[in-house]
Every structure is written in C-alpha cells, then in structure tokens.
Design a protein around this ligand. Sequence first.
Ligand SMILES: O=C(O)CCC(=O)C(=O)O
Length: 284
Amino acid sequence: MSDHGFTKTTSDGRAVIPLSDEERYHFDIKGWLAIKNVLEPDEIGEMVEFARKLKFDKESVPEKHRTTMAGPLEKLCDHPRVVGFMQEFLGHEDLECEEGYGFRMEYSFMGWRLRENKADMWAPHGGRGTNPPFDDVHGYQGRPGNAYGGLLQAVWELTDVIKGQGTHFVPGTHKGSFDLPKSISEDRNHPLWETYECPAGSIVFFSESVTHSGSKWEHPDHDRCAIFNSYNSIMCKYHMWDPHPDHLAEMSQKRASLFRPVHAEYNRENIEKGDELYEPRRGF
Ligand SMILES: O=C(O)CCC(=O)C(=O)O
C-alpha cells in the first residue's frame, strides 16, 4: 500500500465524497457553490442546540469546547463533502496519507442572525482587485487542469434560508483584476449579484477572494444559524487561532491533522520527523 495519496475515508470512517465534474467546474468559474441537503434532519437539531448554547449560554459549555468546531459541530470539520472539496482545491497528495489530511482548517465562527433584529449585514468585501495585501493568503489561482483555492469557506446553513437572505456573491471576482464599481457594491439587486435559497443542512463553499456580502435576515419563523469553517493550504495561514490544546488532545490523529503546524517540508502525518527540531537538517 502506498504511504501517501488522498485518503478515501474521513476520521469517522465515512467515504470521502469527491466533487462531480459539474460541481468543480461551477466552483472554478464562479468562486462559490451551494450543495443542498447534505446533513440528515436528525443531525441538525443537536447542532443548532449546541450553537444556541455558545451564543446565549456560553458558561454552560466547558471552556475547551467554546468554539463552533466542538461538540456535535466537530464532525463538520471533516465531513465527507468538505474533505472531497478541499482535496480538490487545497489538497496535496504528497502531504496526505491514511493518518492525516493534506490541507488545514483555519478557523470557525458562527453567524447567528436574530429574526426579531432584522439586522442588515450588507458589506461587500473580497474580490481580487480589492484585497491587497492579503492576496497571497486569500488568492485563488486557476491553472490549466487544476486550481489552488487559497482561503476557502465552508458555510453550513443549519436553518432554512430564503433567497436573498443568505450570503451574496459577485461570481468570477475571485479571478478579477479590477476594483468592484460602487454601482454594483451599493445595489444588491444588480444582476451581477448571485445568491441561493436552501433547506437546513446545506453547505455553501466560497473563496474568500470572491466578492461577497452578508445580507438582511428577515425570516418570519427562525433565526439564521450558519457555521463558517475556513480552510487553507498546509503551507499557509491567515487567522491567528488554534483550537484549545485540551480539545485537540481529544481528537483522533486524522481530525487533529487539520490543525497541524504550517510548513511544507516533512509535513505528512506518517513521516518520521525526529527530535532534533532545533538543528538544521542539512547544510553541514
Ligand atoms: O454573513 C455572511 O453571510 C457573510 C460572511 C462573510 O462576509 C465572510 O465570511 O467574510
């Protein structure tokens, strides 16, 4: 058996779900992709309950688990759909093996929008022409036959979304060269904006370098509960964040590999790294 290459199973032992050619093409040209009905209805309830506790009753959650990648939300970090997507747009076959993934998880936060507030979160940002100096970390790079995603978001919509109230995108701007004109940023009904409607348990992938914006949440029945999980290359890091060390210690080796140090050399889970970390390995 080969000692490296894309794993076909997640840390939960579930089969990785690769992107279809059509999904991959859609994401590459647009910079965003919604996949509906990914979670089973009976999984969603406990996730929303945990998120509700984090939002309104944080003290009831052990300190090490006060993040949106703990408790019942933890399995979202390396859900089969997420692993399939990240292998395509961030993965490195040489840095992946059965024991650990070839990409990293960067961050996790919650978008809890109160129904009664009707808060308007319209604030377009991102877009290649509008994001220096972070382009090196966010930047999407299309190449013939493959693409490197840069900083990528996997948004789990845990409550139904009505069209117009979820995240909005100006498709293609992850490859754009120029600043977004005000006539587009200020007009959310401009035909270049795209968005989605979806049932609870759907996932929306997007490149942080595509122009995107929150919107106004005015659902008649419920708040928005969305979990934003960010990913990046094993060689690159934007956020100053790591999971609590006691939480990390509880994870399986494979899931914990999402949070390993950022470097390219020797960075595969099944490589023997040795103890002499402070001595250069070559050059003598
Ligand atoms: O609130 C949203 O829907 C968008 C969130 C956002 O702008 C971001 O992740 O950068």
